[in-house]
Design a protein around this ligand. Structure first.
Ligand SMILES: CC(C)(COP(=O)(O)OP(=O)(O)OC[C@H]1O[C@@H](n2cnc3c(N)ncnc32)[C@H](O)[C@@H]1OP(=O)(O)O)[C@@H](O)C(=O)NCCC(=O)NCCS
Length: 167
């Protein structure tokens, strides 16, 4: 198991082939993709291809998607990622947490650690998060972890708020 970051309650680690069903459970949940419909990985096959890509990308890139697990139980409860986005011409953070774990502070806790990792370990100058303006949970978690609102705009056709944090 290759750990990327540890927080008080979470371990953020590389995906493994055995995580297929966990990834599928997260990606196929309609409550999770409500505000991010374009990121849908709706079949087991698509999730399988994606896991293989995450695993092969570790050897080539520092930016990737990682499994979010609970330290005490090792359960996979979400996904977080740092990716280069052509749309914003910069690095973007994204997070998905299983609904049964919402409002426990997990997204705020892990985003803070992932952004710190990106800024200070990977040397990225600025990390942006883009969220649908109606995604109250995402907006609160970004404010909680110290990001500030940069602008409003459109992203994949939806009215979006752009938050960011600089080194
Ligand atoms: C957005 C998301 C990652 C937040 O995860 P989380 O672990 O619940 O976030 P936190 O517990 O850190 O919550 C931050 C705040 O938002 C609140 N919150 C969480 N979910 C909420 C919801 N659906 N509606 C309103 N408020 C919500 C929490 O109560 C908390 O409030 P507080 O600061 O007053 O305590 C999670 O809701 C999710 O996975 N959503 C689907 C995927 C998604 O939209 N990702 C973001 C794309 S930009």
């Amino acid at each position: 198991m290759n750990i990327i970051i540890e927080t008080d309650r979470l371990v953020i680690r590389e995906f493994e082939e055995d995580d297929l069903l966990s990834l599928y459970k997260i990606e196929s949940d309609p409550r999770i993709v409500e505000f991010i419909p374009w990121s849908k990985l709706s079949t087991l096959n698509e999730c399988n291809r994606k896991i293989k890509k995450y695993i092969s990308d570790y050897k080539r890139y520092k930016l990737n998607s990682w499994a979010v697990t609970i330290k005490e139980t090792s359960e996979v409860i979400g996904i977080t990622q740092l990716v280069y986005s052509n749309k914003i011409k910069g690095v973007e953070i994204g997070t998905k947490i299983l609904p049964e774990y919402w409002s426990m502070g997990y997204a705020s806790e892990l985003s803070k650690a992932v952004v710190r990792y990106g800024l200070y370990e990977l040397g990225i100058d600025e990390i942006t998060a883009v969220t649908d303006v109606n995604n109250a949970g995402a907006i609160k978690s970004l404010i909680n972890m110290g990001m500030t609102l940069k602008k409003y705009g459109y992203y994949n056709g939806a009215e979006a708020a752009f938050y960011s944090l600089k080194r």
